[in-house]
Ligand binder design. Structure first.
Ligand SMILES: Cc1cc2nc3c(=O)[nH]c(=O)nc-3n(C[C@H](O)[C@H](O)[C@H](O)COP(=O)(O)O)c2cc1C
Length: 201
């Protein structure tokens, strides 16, 4: 019997979603999955990145993380996405990545993939839920099966109670305002569990 394949796909300018993705990677491995952690390619102009030292530093620190590709999506039985809020929506970098999945979609390669998503924003009501549901809208079009956490574990309540997917508030210095580690790990394990039931090998 082969393992369930999970792609943890994240975009992060300043490290928050990288950290969420690393927790998800750890938990998915603990749950027995074969896990690939991949980052969505940075497409912002160098001048823009250079104006924000935290952004520049994070990009430099994570340059060795493999860049996400359609092959990763095809390989995976389930995906865990983690993306920051940009005005209540996914970052342009992530939208570009999603818009490049047309070929996979056309060939039915994303049907029945199990997916869940996480997010962050600077304000507690700054758009995290909207960002996650906007991401899910694309995944509904793929024919993916959204495995939102709901209130399936106490850690969801403790992490702020977002049933759509774990989300966190982060201040300007990059400090997370809620303790969401357990919620992230629960969400990742639940995604592995559901993916393994649907894609039993
Ligand atoms: C262009 C832009 C738009 C943003 N829009 C919002 C917003 O609408 N609400 C909010 O609370 N935070 C907003 N933020 C803050 C980001 O969500 C926050 O920096 C991000 O969650 C940090 O994640 P990261 O460290 O993984 O990059 C915005 C940031 C940028 C750069």
């Amino acid at each position: 019997m082969s393992l369930t394949n999970i792609a943890v796909v994240y975009y992060s300018s300043t490290g928050t979603n990288y950290k969420l993705a690393k927790w998800a990677e750890e938990a998915a491995k603990e749950a027995g999955a074969e896990v690939k952690l991949v980052r969505v390619a940075e497409t912002a102009p160098e001048e823009a990145i250079a104006q924000n030292p935290a952004w520049k530093q994070h990009l430099e620190e994570t340059k060795d993380v493999p860049v996400a590709s359609n092959d990763d999506l095809e390989w995976a039985d389930g995906f865990i996405f983690s993306v920051p809020t940009r005005f209540g929506n996914v970052p342009a970098q992530v939208k570009s990545f999603l818009d490049a999945t047309g070929g996979l979609w056309f060939n039915g390669k994303l049907v029945n993939k199990v997916v869940s998503a996480m997010s962050s924003a600077q304000n507690p009501h700054g758009g995290q839920e909207q960002t996650i549901t906007n991401l899910y809208t694309t995944m509904f079009h793929w024919g993916a099966i959204v495995a939102a956490p709901g209130y399936s574990d106490q850690s969801v309540f403790a992490g702020g109670g977002n049933p759509y997917g774990t989300s966190v508030t982060v201040d300007q210095d990059g400090n997370m305002q809620e303790d969401v580690e357990a919620a992230v790990k629960h969400q990742a394990k639940r995604t592995v569990d559901i993916a393994s039931r649907i894609h039993s090998k």
